[in-house]
Ligand binder design. Structure first.
Ligand code: HEC
Ligand code: HEC
Ligand code: HEC
Length: 412
């Protein structure tokens, strides 16, 4: 009997040791390393590629890599990575040879963007998008732009902050988050003359609309997007920059719960201007992309018309519209969704504590809020013209100015 007990005890100890080492390997080993793909290629810089790459970067890179105070792509904290994964930072992708990507080869950049494996074998977590199927020409345009003399990319010696990943994130990086395979085959975009195919390319291979717009990130199929659970039917839980859950919209052609009743024009406006047909402004993370041409937006609409309609009512939790005008600045800031992009302290996208110096007068600040694209046609900020009540501008402007005072007070 004592013998049996001893063996049992021994087994338990052994299991504990194995379990413990497993936990230790994950905890201390962190995200696993991989062999980076070897790609020997030099991208030719042409003005057309640089211009196209600039637009692509505005659509798909700047929002995360831009330090809004410095005005450089030198990296920042990612406020919308769910806290269960820890704290994540985007990296410095300016031309600084030490801290940025100035000394990376074109092949190393392509390898990272295609597979997620950096030149040192480090795997970029899922919050850094991968572009395994983007057409070569689009990808080369991005690289050409990253090499250009755009002020956003000016060498900035800002060291990368170490990722503070949770155990769960490290664990998933071993069992679930995997790099994409790279076969080196050429990738060519379909011709815009075939809008449905061209639209499919844009919806699947550029911004990965399907990954946010299907049921759940956990069941998204990156290799065959239409096989994702609840493909394009919405309801995926995303975080806005004030930490609230914003459910993605159903963008299948279902008439009641999707966008089946939207016209092509409604869709183009939502995508390029960030405004729904009912006049509501779309909230983070669905910020407008004015860089899409009308033709590209129309092609996406044509493709989305062909996907199976899914009946899936999503509780969008919009604030009430109409009703009496509000007088409390914070309530106005919340009601119109400013807080979803700018966060509770003005430090989400943009930087309301630091950047308001360029609007010395309240009237110019109000004019920006009214229609920011008159100041900058590429802004991600939607136009509030005709949405915010006239009497609400004054308390809103006063409230927004208050962020600078709060920041100054906390520095003292
Ligand atoms: C949703 C946010 C987000 C977007 C969009 C994004 N990135 Fe990143 N990027 C990150 C984060 C976060 C990391 C760090 C990931 C890690 O190490 O786990 C990163 C890492 C990188 C790196 C690796 C740098 C290094 O030193 O290892 C490069 C290069 C890069 N991104 C370029 C791009 C380009 C080009 C685009 C546009 C196609 C882009 N990123 C879009 C968040 C983003
Ligand atoms: C990072 C996640 C994310 C990505 C990527 C994304 N969306 Fe969205 N989208 C959302 C969320 C969340 C909403 C809901 C916003 C709200 O309720 O204010 C939304 C809303 C929309 C709407 C409005 C629908 C409605 O009923 O209000 C359209 C149209 C749309 N997205 C199209 C697209 C297209 C096309 C793409 C790809 C080019 C795309 N989205 C990429 C998250 C995303
Ligand atoms: C969908 C996201 C989004 C929403 C909603 C939004 N903004 Fe912005 N806003 C931005 C972005 C991004 C910038 C940074 C500059 C740019 O892209 O042009 C910005 C810039 C600003 C600026 C200029 C300061 C700076 O840092 O550049 C002010 C002021 C501002 N927003 C106020 C507001 C107010 C007030 C509301 C609500 C009525 C609001 N924003 C709603 C995205 C948004």
């Amino acid at each position: 009997m004592r013998m049996v007990l001893k063996i049992l005890l021994g087994l338990i100890v052994l299991l504990l040791v194995i379990g413990g080492s497993f936990v230790a390997v994950i905890h201390f080993g962190g995200v696993p390393q991989y062999d980076p793909p070897r790609i020997d290629l030099q991208v030719e810089l042409t003005p057309e590629r640089v211009a196209r790459g600039k637009d692509l970067s505005r659509m798909s890179c700047n929002e995360c890599h831009l330090d809004f105070e410095k005005g450089r792509l030198s990296g920042r904290r990612m406020f919308d990575v769910p806290p269960v994964f820890g704290v994540a930072y985007s990296t410095n992708i300016t031309q600084d040879p030490v801290h940025g990507i100035g000394s990376w080869t074109d092949g190393e950049l392509i390898g990272l963007l295609r597979t997620g494996i950096g030149r040192d074998g480090h795997f970029s977590m899922p919050w850094m998008p991968k572009l395994p199927r983007m057409a070569d020409e689009d990808l080369y345009s991005l690289i050409a732009w990253l090499r250009s003399d755009d002020p956003l990319l000016e060498a900035t010696p800002e060291p990368n902050r170490p990722q503070e990943l949770s155990f769960l994130a490290k664990f998933l990086s071993r069992v679930a988050f995997k790099p994409f395979e790279w076969d080196g085959a050429p990738r060519v975009a379909p011709s815009p003359a075939d809008p449905v195919e061209f639209g499919r390319y844009l919806v699947h291979d550029h911004l990965e609309c399907y990954s946010c717009h299907s049921a759940d990130f956990k069941t998204v199929d990156d290799l065959d997007p239409p096989a994702s659970e609840g493909y394009m039917g919405g309801g995926n839980r995303l975080l806005s920059l004030d930490g609230e859950i914003i459910l993605s919209a159903n963008i299948t052609p279902d008439h009641e719960t999707g966008i089946g009743a939207w016209s092509e024009e409604d869709f183009v406006r939502a995508l390029r201007e960030g405004i729904r047909p009912d006049g509501r402004v779309l909230r983070y993370p669905m910020s407008r992309r004015p860089e899409y041409t009308v033709e590209e937006a129309q092609a996406m609409f044509a493709y989305l018309r062909t996907v199976p309609a899914l009946r899936n009512p999503v509780d969008r939790r919009f604030h009430e519209q109409g009703g009496p005008a509000l007088a409390d600045g914070r309530a106005i800031y919340e009601k119109y969704g400013c807080i979803t992009c700018h966060g509770p302290d003005g430090r989400g996208l943009g930087n309301l504590a630091a950047n308001l110096k360029r609007f010395p007068q309240d009237s110019t600040l109000a004019a920006w809020i009214r229609n920011a694209s008159l100041f900058d046609p590429h802004t991600r900020m939607p136009s509030y013209e005709g949405r915010i009540r006239e009497s609400e501008y004054e308390p809103l402007v006063r409230f927004v100015r208050g962020f600078a005072d709060q920041a100054a007070a906390s520095h003292r």
